[in-house]
Design a protein around this ligand. Structure first.
Ligand code: URA
Length: 437
């Protein structure tokens, strides 16, 4: 069928067959389908949506547009997690090592910052020597020998998604549940996973600010991934404040290393990392009992096994061998570090989380254009969690900036992002809902 016929049928609200979706996506990959046709196809889907079977067919066609990895030489369960993105969301950096230390193999394909949210790859590039684009052989060896490797999407992995995503980005068609579902899952399925846990974020620092929308996306992702043969569940988690006590690149790696050394015990971040690790263990079949899975994940962290896996992954992918012991010697530091002080006594009541993410970009820690270079040194750290009681003059966080002007501006903005109220706020739970097949 001609591509314009497929576009016409979708535009008219008809249901596409798996075959015609596969043919259209083959044309996207080999260039037979023009940019205008891709844009029209995406817009037709944006307006008319897709039935579940169509979304499954689109996901599989996009997965099959490039290499699909197989891990037959690894006898551990092949598992992964994906987050829809947030601020101070560095969970992947610690979760992959915790899961690997518990016996899973985690070939994690991660992305760069998108909009106001940070990207795992940008954070990892703060580590000198770490290669986010290793050869296929090094990627495989690292997953096999260490248990996890966090890398970027290579040109051979779901290339149809790369082309469609770039066109969606400039045609106002990013925010479509079937398109987001196929885009995220095509890359994850191409990594050859057996199970996948999704972190669907909701709140003022997430792409989905509304709980009902987050649930619709989570259900779509879970149903389509399971329909495509990968055991998948989703946790909908709160993103109404930065998750780590840091937001930026080097500062989030420093936070990750402190976490792996046991210095972030009792935080929301720790609760979420361990909850995701236990979910991965149960979903993958590595553990049948949730209580045992919780204990296993906690032990992997407390024993230092996860820190050891992280160190070995960093070294295998080109970074230093002693990043855990000597992080300060390797991570780039900003020339100006400024405290942000509470202007009055009371409770940190709410946070403009999206504002924090945008402020990181304005400091130079993110991009306003795709080809911008990032200043890995800048961002915020020592951020206090919401609900903290502060006295006038207490530190509520710190700014890391390239110069004093940027530091002053960011400090003022950070103080405004955290209004202080006389009453302690009512806070949502860390995990709002679990969605399974
Ligand atoms: N992340 C992706 O990879 N794709 C989307 O469409 C949205 C977020």
């Amino acid at each position: 069928m001609l591509p314009q016929e497929t576009v016409r049928r979708k535009r008219s609200g008809e249901t596409l067959t798996s075959d015609e979706i596969a043919r259209f996506i083959a044309g996207v990959t080999d260039g037979g389908v023009s940019e205008g046709q891709v844009a029209a196809f995406a817009m037709a889907i944006w307006f008319n949506g897709m039935a579940r079977d169509e979304t499954v067919a689109l996901t599989l066609a996009m997965r099959d547009s490039g290499d699909v990895l197989a891990w037959s030489d690894i006898d551990r369960p092949i598992a992964d997690k994906h987050s829809t993105g947030g601020v101070g969301d560095n969970v992947s950096l610690m979760l992959a090592p915790v899961a690997a230390a518990c016996g899973l193999a985690v070939p994690m394909i991660s992305g760069r910052g998108l909009g106001h949210t940070g990207g795992t790859l940008d954070k990892l590039e703060a580590i000198p020597g770490y290669t986010i684009m290793p050869s296929a052989d090094l990627f495989r060896r690292t997953v096999k020998d260490v248990g996890c490797a966090i890398i970027g999407q290579t040109a051979d992995l779901a290339p149809a998604d790369k082309r469609i995503y770039a066109i969606r980005d400039v045609t106002a068609t990013v925010d479509s549940v079937p398109l987001i579902t196929a885009s995220i899952l095509s890359k994850k399925l191409a990594a050859g996973l057996q199970s996948l846990v999704l972190d669907v974020k909701v709140g003022n620092g997430a792409f989905m600010t509304d709980a009902a929308e987050a649930e619709t996306l989570a259900r779509s992702l879970v149903e389509v991934a399971n329909g495509a043969g990968v055991k998948t569940s989703a946790l909908i988690t709160d993103m109404n404040q930065p998750l780590a006590d840091a937001a930026g690149n080097a500062v989030e790696i420093a936070n990750c290393i402190a976490f792996l050394k046991g210095e972030k015990a009792g935080t929301r971040l720790e609760r979420l990392v361990l909850a995701f690790a236990a979910e991965m263990l149960v979903l993958s079949g590595a553990e049948t009992d949730r209580v045992r899975a919780d204990a296993k994940a906690a032990k992997a962290l407390a024993s230092g096994a996860a820190a050891d896996v992280f160190a070995r992954m960093v070294h295998a992918l080109g970074g230093p061998s002693d990043i855990i012991e000597n992080a300060d010697a390797y991570l780039p530091s900003a020339p100006v570090i400024r405290q942000v002080i509470a202007a009055q006594s009371g409770y940190l009541s709410v946070c403009d989380t999206r504002g924090v993410g945008l402020a990181v970009i304005e400091l130079g820690g993110g991009r306003s254009r795709p080809d911008d270079t990032i200043d890995h040194r800048v961002g915020f750290d020592r951020l206090l969690p919401l609900g903290t009681r502060v006295e006038k003059g207490d530190e509520i966080g710190r700014v890391h900036a390239a110069n004093t002007e940027d530091a002053g501006r960011a400090a003022q903005r950070l103080a405004a992002f955290y209004p202080i109220a006389p009453e302690a706020p009512a806070l949502p739970p860390d995990i709002l809902t679990r969605i399974s097949a």
